[in-house]
Every structure is written in structure tokens, then in C-alpha cells.
Design a protein around this ligand. Sequence first.
Ligand code: PRP
Length: 211
Amino acid sequence: MRAIAAPTRPPQTLSVREAAHKLRKDIPDDIEEVLFTSSEVQARVRELARDICRDYAGKDLIVVGVLKGAFIFMSDLTRAIAEEGIPSVRIDFVKASSYGSSSVSAGSVAVDLCGSGPTRWSGRHVLLVEDIIDSGNTLRRLAADVAGCGAASVRVVALLDKKGRRQVDFEADYTGFAIDDRFIVGYGLDYAETYRCLPYVAVLRPEAYSH
Ligand code: PRP
């Protein structure tokens, strides 16, 4: 039988520009800068989980993720909480929308408790999990709703905090990173429902959303 030779390629040399492009091959062109790498995010999530486990030791903790943006942070954080000392942690989700598909806050917040409420949260210590705080409208509304359900306590953990954008007085109890006012995507955050699944936190190029 005649052996079929594997195809060969001529040796390649890359220009500096081509090499730089190759290094960025997994980063979409719309991304201007990676703000926090996957490893940096994971390390910070682990630190937050340790702080949370220290503060909630011996308490009946229920962690409530705010969809959609918090879904990846929620997943990593709750597993870290279970590993760091509270394996009995329970989870729920709520849905909050303030931006729609625009890059500018609409100011109003639509809340869907996704079947949760007083029967789930009454008497329990609730920790709301958010990907980002911007104007503060979403969390102020959600924290009030959860407290109104009879929770024993309500706290908030947010991965990212744009403190300079507040429209209402609201502070998280645990914050991953304070950031400037730039358009952030990745690790759950989107632009028009894209880029949520990037494993890092990145800045979107203005050209990508300003046309
Ligand atoms: C984003 C984010 C927060 C909220 C923060 O949600 O996930 O929930 O905005 O903004 P605020 O502090 O100004 O209220 P978005 O409405 O974009 O929905 P999503 O989570 O489904 O992407």
C-alpha cells in the first residue's frame, strides 16, 4: 500500500504585526483592552468567597443571582463558597433589566422574582450577586424587594463597581473591583447580548457601540 504523505507547509516567518495578531487570536476585534484576566478574576472571586464564608459562618445563607449578567460570577462564586466553608449554600435567581439592548441606563428597573420570594427568603440571610453596579437603581430596588420578603438580612456582592456613575445612594457589602466609566463586557456582561461568555473582563471599543 502506498503511504500518503502528510501535507507539508513551507516554513513561515511572521512579521511583528502578524505575531501580535496571532497572540490576540482569541480576542474579538471589538475588544479594546482586557481589564482583568481570567486568572485575576478567579483569584478575586476566591478572596470574596473567603470573606463571605467568614461573615456567614453558621448562618443559613441563600445566594441570589441577578440575571442575566451575574450568571458566570454566581456560578464561580457559589462553588468557591461551598469549597471555602459553606457547602450548604442555597441558590436562587431573579431577573432585573434596566438597559435593554442600549449602552445607556433606562433609569427604570423591571424585576421578576423567578418564583422566589417570601417562602424562600423569609428568615434567611440573603446575599444578592451582581456583575456590576452602575447607577445603583437595580440593586437599591432589589435589596428593598428582598427585605420586604422578610429576609433576616440582605447584603450585596458585586464583581465590578462604577462608583462614579451613581444616581442613587447605594453601596455593595463586597466588591470585586472598582472601575472607571468604560463600556465593559465579558464574564457575564454583554453588549446587545454578545460577549457575555468571554472568560475575562474587557473594555469594548467605542466604535463597536457608537454607530
Ligand atoms: C446590568 C447589570 C445590573 C445593572 C446595573 O443589567 O447586570 O443588573 O445593569 O445597572 P444599574 O446599577 O444602573 O441599575 P442589565 O439591565 O444590562 O441586564 P443583564 O444583566 O440581563 O445584562
